[in-house]
Design a protein around this ligand. Structure first.
Ligand code: SAH
Length: 219
């Protein structure tokens, strides 16, 4: 049964990719860049997710709202844009942009995907989709975590901010960044509370010398 599910999943994915490529002239070339980013992001994450699957989780701080918010983020960042690119359902909300703006949207994902990869690599097995503590959880303060506490969220914000420049649509373009901003707002305070409970003074000192999404300006 598992193999049937995988084959069906792969076929659906292939049909979506083919459909978006097929309609690129209607949606503009930015939609092809959006597609590449949408494929690259889970591919970068997959090997790290596989590794953390073996973790023993000692504490979960997932609140009731978290699954709802994660679903909203999936809808906003992925489902809505795909439905729009395949059907043009939101074309009433299209806008025009000069070519240079689309080029900016195509360039932003390059450093953003690098940061997304590096933050997974630096977190190693401490990474998780929701708020969790694993056995032998360590506080990572090196690599891209040296000056910023949430570089993975920075990279995702940058990726989702590129979408309006690539998709030229008020709904499909902005649904990602808006839904992620809501998740971020709810989650970051919980995440930092969890890290403070776990690492105490070590985390306090880390907070004092770092910025949340961007490096703290030299003081
Ligand atoms: N907020 C971080 C990590 C996102 S993954 C970022 O944006 O880069 C979420 C998980 O990472 C949380 O469940 C927490 O257990 C873990 N985590 C977050 N910051 C960490 C750190 N500095 N060291 C170790 N684990 C961390």
């Amino acid at each position: 049964m598992k193999i049937v599910g995988r084959v069906v999943g792969a076929l659906v994915l292939l049909a979506i990719v083919a459909g978006i490529i097929w309609r690129w002239e209607t949606n503009g070339w930015g939609s092809l860049v959006w597609l590449v980013v949408a494929i690259a992001t889970p591919m970068i994450r997959a090997p790290f997710a596989n590794r953390t699957a073996e973790n023993t989780i000692t504490e979960k701080r997932e609140t009731g709202t978290e699954p709802v918010l994660l679903f909203l983020v999936m809808a906003g960042t992925t489902f809505l844009p795909i439905v729009h690119l395949l059907t043009g359902v939101f074309s009433f909300a299209d806008y025009d942009l000069p070519t240079w703006a689309t080029v900016v949207g195509a360039v932003i994902p390059i450093p953003a995907l690098w940061l997304f990869w590096r933050s997974h690599a630096d977190l190693g097995r401490n990474w998780s989709v929701t708020l969790e503590v694993r056995e032998e959880h360590t506080l990572v303060t090196n690599g891209v975590y040296r000056r910023v506490r949430h570089p993975m969220y920075t990279s995702l914000f940058a990726l989702y901010l590129a979408s309006p420049l690539l998709l030229h649509n008020w709904i499909a373009g902005f649904s990602g960044v808006v839904s992620f901003a809501v998740l971020h707002l709810v989650r970051v305070a919980n995440e930092e509370r969890m890290m403070r409970d776990l690492f105490g003074a070590e985390y306090e000192a880390y907070v004092a010398r770092t910025g949340r999404l961007l490096p703290r300006l030299a003081s």
